[in-house]
Design a protein. Structure first.
Length: 92
């Protein structure tokens, strides 16, 4: 089993009105949501398929999130984690 470390120094959510406490909560919830996605969906299948496929596109692409205006930190965390998971899946 391999360890995967993700370190995000700064994440900017333009236009999202969060205070410092909400930002810290968003960070914690995003970490939990990303860990859950990796646990549920894993990355092992993707890594194994890359070993046999040399023509994989490794270019990162931007992502757009659709989150309701009244979304709380938990909802934002789920969406951010999903975007990060998809980005990692493309880059492995």
């Amino acid at each position: 089993m391999s360890n995967l470390w993700v370190d995000i120094e700064t994440l900017v959510l333009d236009g999202v009105p969060l205070n410092a406490a909400q930002g810290r909560r968003l960070a914690q919830l995003t970490e939990l949501a990303l860990a859950r996605l990796l646990d549920q969906r894993g990355a092992v299948t993707r890594i194994a398929s890359l070993e046999s496929d040399e023509k994989t596109d490794r270019n990162a692409k931007s992502a757009t999130m659709q989150v309701p205006v009244n979304a709380n930190e938990a909802r934002w965390a789920e969406e951010v984690a999903l975007v990060l998971y998809r980005a990692m899946d493309r880059s492995l």
